[in-house]
Structures are given as structure tokens and as C-alpha cells.
Design a protein around this ligand. Sequence first.
Ligand SMILES: Nc1ncnc2c1ncn2[C@@H]1O[C@H](COP(=O)(O)OP(=O)(O)OP(=O)(O)O)[C@@H](O)[C@H]1O
Length: 636
Amino acid sequence: MQAVTTVHPSTHPVTADAGSDEVRPLIAPPPARKRPTTSLFRLRTYLYAYGARYLIMAVASVLGIGFSLAIPLLTRRVIDGPIADADQRGLLILGTVATAVGIGEAVVLFLRRWIVSRANNGSERLIRTDLYARLQLLPMSFHGRWQGGQLLSRMMTDLAIIRRFLGFGMIFLVVNIAQIIVVVIMLLVMYWPLGVVVAASIVPVAWLCHVNEKRYTKLSRKVQDQQGDVASSVEEGVHGLRVIKSFGRFPHLYSGFERRTNELYETSMDRVRLQSKFLTFLEVIPTCTMIIVLGIGAVATARGEISIGTLVAFITLLLSLIWPVAALGFLLAMTQEAMTAADRIAEILDAENPLVDGTRVLESPRGHLRLEGVGFRFDDSDEDTLKGVDLDIAPGETVALVGGTGSGKTTLTALVARLVDVTEGRITIDGVDVRELRISYLRSLVATAFEDPTLFSMSARENLTLGRADASDADIEQALDIAQAQFVKELPWGLDTRIGEQGMSLSGGQRQRLALARAVLVNPKVLVLDDTLSALDIHTEALVEEALKRVLSDVTGLVVAHRASTVLLADRVAVLSRGSIVAVGTHAELLATSQEYRDLMSADFDAEAELDECRCPEHPRRHPDRSGDERAEVAR
Ligand SMILES: Nc1ncnc2c1ncn2[C@@H]1O[C@H](COP(=O)(O)OP(=O)(O)OP(=O)(O)O)[C@@H](O)[C@H]1O
């Protein structure tokens, strides 16, 4: 039962579709609303923590430009002065100054690199942790719409792009533009006709940058989205490995994956082609300018309008422009990629979170759970999944929720701990609307164990204490006992054994028992069990049920049940049919009065009753692991 996280095909695209040749995008196109530079600009707040470092970096950059521009000016002085006048002392002095300037440039360059790395990695870390926290806060409806790979690519690839921009692109974009402006002004001052030629060459550069920007941004967005799609395919391929193998669908999935990587390759190559053309033009323009400057400069020197020293300084300065102009191409590309990455990150930061936290806590909670006219409709659906649900569960009482498949049981259980919010009516605990309670407090009052127990790749102890970090060894022991999960103590390192990703190294029943112990350990007032016992064999189920009886006597319980044996744990039973409660009563009452209940229970209950009546320790259902021959032997 995974109602709330199910990806709905109508709004959200599916990953590699094994059965179809058509390749659909994994994520809905980004919202049409334009975010100019704002997404990137708003990330500036993450730089504040490293403000001093960024300031030193800016000063070092300005000094660096100053030093690099001083060299051609000194050269002019050397040529026109000591060299022309054969002044050895002057040559020595200016040579020493030039050496000092060169050393100064090297020092500030080193300083800038050294300081920037900590600031960048630190800023990246801050954005990443914020993004992670935001993802945790977003409601299940958000996670149902987004593919894991798309989130992963934003957390890793996009943030790395932003880090590279902050540490390199941003600095050099500013430094290079500043250098171009300063050098052009110096050239105009030195000899204005040549200065005008150089200034005029900036026009085609600016035009090219403008033309390139739109196409490059579009392609960057496509590449980054396609990277997310590929990541999603990998993620699903790894998680769904067992299903893929068991259905023998590897070739089909492989071809889907290959198609996505090919698409990514094609788009990346389109981007490279566009960038290559752009870079070539950017490199050709300064070279052409240099040829014109050399021609005009030679004539001007011959006419005595400028000295040889000025011409050498002019050309040296012009040469110093080649790198900043040529680098503009990839620096602008980096900026556009960073802007796209920031847009993609902003889609998470700006995602609407309809779950508004409450402020209240209960003085002495008793766990009186009431559902009053509760209705629920998924965002992307035009039908109510739940409607007019009324249910009053007294403190300490246990109600079993039964209903056909798709009747809304899982959805209803998700509403209690506010994994999603009711869209109509209200749910109260001790008379207080759950929306008024602080969410963290509510989730300590209500513990939920799901049919599909997610375990994290951490130790068994960490998995167990997820909802109660301060649990003592005795508490853990008791929870393990109740959930019949003592098997963890027999793992190679006991409770400290690291459980594989998604708890894959444990059996389904073991994972369920561990998840149950985790819920019990929270010591909740309300315990919600969403068909938690479904993967247990008949022996373990009987043991867990026995233990659960003890737990449920102290807490208010809402237990989704498919089996008659689980229903018998409850004081009352509520029958859910197409999102509405159609009957409530004790098991015996419902058997007598509700045809729907009888239909739901009949097959399983008959089997359970037979087992109960038999009271025979050798009943075949008590020994599902026996072979046919063994059973025949016992029967004899
Ligand atoms: N994210 C979603 N968007 C739209 N509809 C959904 C979504 N998740 C579930 N539904 C629909 O809501 C209905 C109730 O689903 P739910 O999982 O709560 O049923 P259930 O009674 O727990 O079923 P089962 O016993 O088979 O697990 C189903 O019709 C299902 O298709």
C-alpha cells in the first residue's frame, strides 16, 4: 500500500517505460514563468557566511589586474627611457620594479585561489544542507510528483555547477570584464585612433554573446534535465533490480536507458557545437583587431605620432586582452549553466508546501482520535478518495480498518500523522485539530508503521531509534521483544550491524518486524499500522500479534487489516468502501449485519477459524515451510 507516494502518470511522467517505444520525459517541463537572474542572485545569501573571504578575493583580483596592467606600462618606460638613453642605472631600477610587480601578481593569484576554495566548498555545503532540509519538509504529494533522479541531479550536479561558477566563473567574469574596460580606456588614452579600433571590436563580441546566450541557455536546461532523467533511470533500475530480473526485462529496460543516454549525448554535442562556433569567433575577433592595430600602429610610429615604447606597450596591452575576450565564451557559458542550475534548485526551494506547521502541544495527551467528516482528494484527481469519514476511537481502543483494494485505507492512515492533510473535515486528538499541533510533536504522538518498511543504510540501532534518539537499551530491548525482532541481536555485529541499502540484506518479514519495533519504540499515544503484518509467516504473525495485543492495550490503535487474525486484535472494525465508512461494529456484529464485511473476511476468516478450531500443533498452516512429503508423514 503506497497510496501517497504513488506517481500518477497523468501529471508525472514515468521512467524508462519497459513496454513502450515512446520515450516520455521523466519530469514535467519547468514552469513557464521567467526567473531572470534572480534564482542565481538569491543564492548570494549563502555567500554571506564567507563574506570576509569573498572580500579578500575581490581585493586580490583587483590587485591582480593592477599588477598585470602595470607590466606593459613599465615596458614602455624601459624602452622609451633607459634603453633609448642607454641608462644602465635606470634600467636596473625599472627592472627591479618590474620583478617586484611580477612577484606581487603571483602572490595575489595564489592568495585568491587559496582563499576561494574554502569559501566555495562551504557555500555549496550550506546550499546542499538547506536543500536537503527543504526536501524533508515537503509533503508526500511533492515527492509523489518528482522522480528521485531529478532531485538527486539537483542536489549533486547542479550544486557542483554553481560551486564551479562561484569559485571560478563569477570571479573571472567580473575580473575579465573589468580588465577589458580598463585596458580599452588605457588604450584610448595612449593613442585614441588605435583605442577606437579596439573599442569598436568589442561591438561584435557583445553581439555574439547576446545571440549565443538564448540558444545556450535552452540547451543547458535540456542537458541538465536529461541528466536528471538518466539518474532516475539508474536509480529505478537499481531499486527495481529484482523485479527486472524476475521478469527478464533487462533488454527492454536497457534499450530505454540507452535511448536516454543517447538523447543526453546528442543534446550535449549540440551544446558543444554551438559553443565551439562561438569560441572560434571570439578568438578570431581579437586576432583581426591585432592585425589592424599593427598596421595602423606601424604607420603612426613611422610618422612619429607615437613612440616605439608606446606601440610596444599598446600591443602588449592588446595581447593581454586576448585571454579575457576569448575566455568570455566559456565564462558566459558557465554563468548560463549556473543560472539554469539555480533555476532548477529554485523549483525545489519554491515548491509550495501546503503543510503549515501548528503551534500547540497537548498537556497530558490521552490519544482520543476522532475523524469528523473527513474527505481527501489528490491534487491531480477529480474524484474524492475519501469522503464523509466519521470515526471515533476512544483512548486505548483499537479499530481495525478493512476494505477492498483501492478503498482508501492507506490514504486514511496517512492523514493521522499529517503525511498529507485532509481536504475536508478534520481529524482531532483529544479534541484538538491535528493541524493545530506542532508537526514534530504530532509525529511523536502518532507512530506509523507501513506495509513497505523502509529501512535506511545505517545500523540496526540507528534504524530503530529513528523516532526516538534517546531510547535506552532497555527500551530497545522491550520494543524488539514486542515486535518479535530479537533476530537483530544475532546479526554479525548485533544492533550495530549496518543494514544494507533499503534493508535489502533482511527478509521481508524481518524488515517488517524491525519497522514495527521502530514504531513501538516511539512510545506513541496513537499507533497506526498499515497492514504491517502482511509479510510475516504464520508463526511469526501469531507471535507478533500476541505481543501487539499488549502494546495495543495501552495505546489507541488504527490497524489496517486484510487477515481475519489481525482483525481479531481490534475492539471494533470499520469497513471502508470506495472512500466511505459503510459499517462499524465489533467483529461479531459485523459478521452478523454486514454482507460486505462477510465477503471481505470470508476466505481468510474461514481459514483462520479452521486453524483456531483445529488447535492442532501439526496443522499444515502452522508449518508453511514443510515439504509435501513431510506433511504426508505428519498426517500419517
Ligand atoms: N498519488 C495519487 N494520486 C492520485 N490517486 C491516488 C494516488 N495514490 C493513490 N491514489 C488512489 O487513491 C485510491 C485509494 O488508494 P489507497 O492506497 O489508499 O487504497 P488502499 O485501500 O490502501 O488499497 P490497497 O489495499 O490495495 O493498498 C486508489 O484508487 C488509488 O488509485
